[in-house]
Design a protein around this ligand. Structure first.
Ligand SMILES: [Zn+2]
Length: 309
């Protein structure tokens, strides 16, 4: 039930619509204030603050980014868009969505925004990843650094198209960001050299691209993590198998999605703690006060610290 936090009551939506109608009046271009100068910023809408942060880093002062999902306390899979989101999207020059079924509300809103000429970037599509035979594609592609670098390239190109005069700025910003992403990839390789093949566990497939890159083997039964992600019941037998990973000390760490919790994940968390298995908290949106690179760097540090215990 706590997953429904995002649903916005109709009354609030109406108020938000009224407010943005007032403050956004200048957007039509009829009455820009005398003090306004320096050119209009490129308006960008991202489905989550993860993609929004990357979009902001590439654009710097030349862009105005609206991230729709920013709460670290609720499950983004459950998000329901509102009128304010729709208005922001209709006005955007560049739209960033995750794709892969993660944020379908974006596509629904794009369909309703009849006159949008926005460049739409879909991270899963850009990743080029395809679901392997019979398996579902892991849509948490922002934990995959090669994908993130590709998305950064596409953001840069979309901005250059929207504001050709600033193309070199976007190119420099993107290059600096990609250098930091490359450093994260190096860190993964360093950890892999030390910990390749070590067994680990998850509650949800959120960080699996990162764990894979470090060479770690996810021992969690697929039936468990799929049930958690899809919000269905975990069969008792599967839950027991999962809990045994901890009681028998078969895994070196638990990567725990703090944004999708319930009775079963609580049991897993308790089992890990009782058996002194280190817990690495992971999330689907930015922790407050973090940017993308700082967040991922902290994730890698936490994984390394847990494996070193
Ligand atoms: Zn998820």
């Amino acid at each position: 039930m706590s997953r429904r936090l995002f649903a916005v009551p109709a009354v609030v939506t109406v108020v938000a619509l009224g407010l943005s109608g007032c403050s956004g009046g200048a957007a039509a271009g009829s009455t820009s204030s005398p003090g306004a100068s320096g050119g209009a910023k490129i308006k960008v809408v991202a489905s989550t603050d993860v993609w929004g942060d990357l979009a902001g880093t590439v654009g710097g002062e030349k862009v105005e980014v609206t991230s729709i999902i920013t709460s670290p306390d609720a499950d983004p899979h459950e998000y329901e868009a509102n009128t304010r989101n729709q208005l922001a999207l209709a006005d955007a020059a560049v739209v960033l969505e995750n794709g892969g079924g993660y944020d379908d509300f974006m596509d629904r809103m794009l369909k309703s925004a009849e006159n949008t000429s926005a460049t739409v970037l879909n991270a899963v599509t850009i990743s080029g990843k395809k679901a392997a035979g019979g398996e579902e594609l892991n849509e948490h592609v922002w934990y995959d650094f090669p994908t993130v670098a590709k998305v950064v390239d596409q953001i840069q190109q979309a901005y250059a198209k929207a504001a050709p005069g600033d193309a070199s700025t976007f190119q420099q910003n993107a290059a600096a960001l990609k250098q930091k992403i490359e450093a994260l990839t190096q860190e993964e390789a360093t950890l892999k050299a030390k910990y390749d093949g070590q067994p680990v566990a998850i509650t949800e497939p959120v960080p699996v691209y990162l764990l894979d890159a470090v060479g770690l083997q996810n021992k969690t039964p697929d039936e468990f993590s799929e049930a958690i992600e899809e919000d269905t019941d975990v069969p008792a037998k599967v839950l027991n198998e999962t809990l045994q990973l901890y009681s028998r000390h078969e895994v070196k760490l638990l990567a725990y999605n703090a944004q999708t919790t319930g009775p079963e994940t609580e049991k897993v968390l308790t089992a890990a703690k009782q058996n002194n298995i280190p817990v690495v908290p992971v999330t689907e949106t930015l922790p407050s006060g973090e940017d993308y690179v700082g967040w991922m760097s902290a994730n890698l540090t936490a994984v390394g610290a847990a494996l070193g215990q």
